[in-house]
Structures are given as structure tokens and as C-alpha cells.
Write a protein that binds this ligand. Sequence first.
Ligand code: SF4
Ligand code: SF4
Length: 71
Amino acid sequence: MPAVIDKEKCNACGVCVKICPTDVYYGSKPKEIPVVMYPEECWHCNACVHDCPQDAIHLRIALNMQLVYKS
Ligand code: SF4
Ligand code: SF4
């Protein structure tokens, strides 16, 4: 399940858009809160979560995946 952006925390810096290796946020407009355009492409690498300067992204991990997920 894809990344979720907290719109209250996001400052629209665009770091997540640039860093996502699978272009989940592809098509998001500069200086606007990114949009999760291709959620099915997210493979939970955590890059956007770690690099977001606002700590505004979290991943929704399915329960069965949480059993093997390591952050
Ligand atoms: S990296 Fe964080 S603060 Fe920057 S645009 Fe993405 S969600 Fe918003
Ligand atoms: S967790 Fe990885 S693949 Fe998923 S949206 Fe963030 S950077 Fe992209």
C-alpha cells in the first residue's frame, strides 16, 4: 500500500518526487503538495519517508506485510 502525505506537515519541497525510484509521484506539480499518482508502483523502499524534511510521509503497510517489515 502506498505512501501517504500529511498535508498539514508537507511544505511542498519536492524531495519525495525527485527521490522516488519508481516515480510514484510522477506528474506532481512543482511547489504543490505531491500527489500519489501511481500507488501500485510503490515497493516500500522508505526513501521518501526517510528523506522528507518535514516527516510528512508514512507508509500504509498491510498487516500481513507488517509481520516481515523492518524499518
Ligand atoms: S518530501 Fe515531504 S515535505 Fe517535501 S514535498 Fe514530499 S511530503 Fe512534502
Ligand atoms: S516508499 Fe519508495 S517507492 Fe514508495 S513512494 Fe516512497 S520512495 Fe517511492
